[in-house]
Design a protein around this ligand. Structure first.
Ligand code: SF4
Ligand code: SF4
Length: 286
C-alpha cells in the first residue's frame, strides 16, 4: 500500500501528517519517502543511521566541436531549447535539458556524446527496526526535480507492505511524479480562502490521475464554512480534522511527533490512518 500525502500549497502541515501517520501505521515495516526534494525536512523529525548515500546524475550532451559541421539539426530537434548552434559552436544549457538523448541520435556527424550531470543525492536512514526514511536533496542551482524524485521512489523496497510519501507542495510536475502509482492520496488543507483555492487545484490534479483521495483539514476550528460546502458539493471524503492548537505548533518547532507530545492526537492520527486504508480498499473493490 502506498499513501501519498500532498497539498495544493506549502505550510498546511503535510509533513507533520506524513511523519505521524508513519508512526501509527500498520502493517510494518514502513518506508517514508520524502519527495519534497527542493526542501526536504522529514529527516528533521525522523533521525536515524545512514544506510546509504548516493549521488544522482542525469545525462546531458557534450559536443566534440572539431567534428561539428554546424548543421543545427540538434538545436532544431530539441523541444526544450537546450541547445543553441552559433557557427560551429554548440552551446548546451544543462538546466533546460530533459536528458532524452534525441540530439545524440539525430546528429549526422555522430559528434554528440552523453556526460553525467550530478543533480542531487538520495539518502536512506534506518530510523527504527521497522521504519526506513528515504529522502532526496536537490543540488543548489538545479531546477528539474522530477529525475531525483523518480530516484527516491526507485530506491524503496517495492515489496514493503507500506510506504508513506511526503509530496512537494503545489500541483506541478514534481507533485505528479510523487503521487503517480500511489494507492490513495491524502490532501491536507486549512480552512482559509488560500487553503480552499489551492485545494481545488490539487483535487483537479488527483482526479486526472484517477487515484482515490480524501482530505484532512489542519488547524480546524476557524470559521470558514466555504471549505466544508466545497467538500460536500464535490462529494470528497473528509478523512479527519486536526484542531488549531498551539501545542501542535510547539511540537513541530521542537521536531517532536504530535502523537507523543499532544494529548489526544495519537487517536486522531490513528483514525485518519484507518479511514485512509478503508478508502483505498473500498476503491479497489469498486
Ligand atoms: S538530450 Fe534531449 S533535451 Fe537534452 S539537449 Fe538533447 S535533445 Fe535537448
Ligand atoms: S547536429 Fe551534430 S553536427 Fe549538427 S550542429 Fe549539432 S552537433 Fe553539430
Amino acid at each position: 500500500m502506498v499513501i501519498a500525502v500532498a497539498s495544493g500549497k506549502g505550510g498546511t502541515g503535510k509533513t507533520t501528517l506524513a511523519v505521524n501517520l508513519a508512526f501509527v501505521a500498520n502493517p510494518r515495516p514502513v518506508q517514508v519517502l520524502d519527495c519534497d526534494v527542493e526542501e526536504p525536512n522529514v529527516h528533521l523529525f525522523l533521525k536515524g543511521q545512514t544506510l546509504e548515500s548516493k549521488t544522482v546524475s542525469v545525462t546531458i550532451p557534450s559536443v566534440d566541436e572539431e567534428k561539428c559541421s554546424g548543421c543545427e539539426e540538434c538545436s532544431n530537434f530539441c523541444q526544450f531549447k537546450a541547445l543553441v548552434v552559433i557557427g560551429k559552436t554548440v552551446l548546451v544549457f544543462p538546466e533546460l535539458c530533459h536528458s532524452c538523448g534525441g540530439c545524440r541520435l539525430i546528429c549526422p556527424e555522430k559528434t554528440i556524446d552523453e556526460v553525467p550531470r550530478p543533480i542531487g543525492k538520495v539518502e536512506t536512514l534506518q530510523v527504527q527496526n521497522d521504519l526506513l526514511l528515504i529522502y532526496g536533496t536537490l543540488s543548489i542551482g538545479v531546477a528539474m526535480a522530477t529525475p531525483l524524485i523518480r530516484e527516491v521512489k526507485n530506491s524503496r523496497d517495492h515489496g514493503a507492505p507500506l510506504t508513506v510519501i511526503d509530496c512537494p507542495p503545489g500541483t506541478s510536475c514534481p507533485v505528479i511524479e510523487s503521487i503517480k502509482g500511489a494507492d490513495v492520496v491524502l490532501l491536507v488543507t486549512e480552512p482559509t480562502p488560500f487553503g480552499l483555492h489551492d485545494l481545488t487545484l490539487a483535487v483537479d490534479t488527483v482526479r486526472v490521475l484517477g487515484i482515490p483521495f480524501g482530505v484532512v483539514i489542519n488547524r480546524a476550528g476557524q470559521n470558514y464554512p466555504s471549505l466544508y460546502e466545497y467538500l460536500e458539493k464535490e462529494k470528497i471524503p473528509l478523512i479527519g480534522e486536526i484542531p488549531l492548537n498551539r501545542a501542535v505548533a510547539q511540537a513541530y518547532a521542537r521536531g517532536d511527533l504530535i502523537i507523543n507530545s499532544v494529548s489526544g492526537y495519537r487517536a486522531k492520527i490513528e483514525e485518519i490512518f484507518s479511514r485512509l486504508i478503508d478508502l483505498a480498499e473500498k476503491s479497489k473493490r469498486v
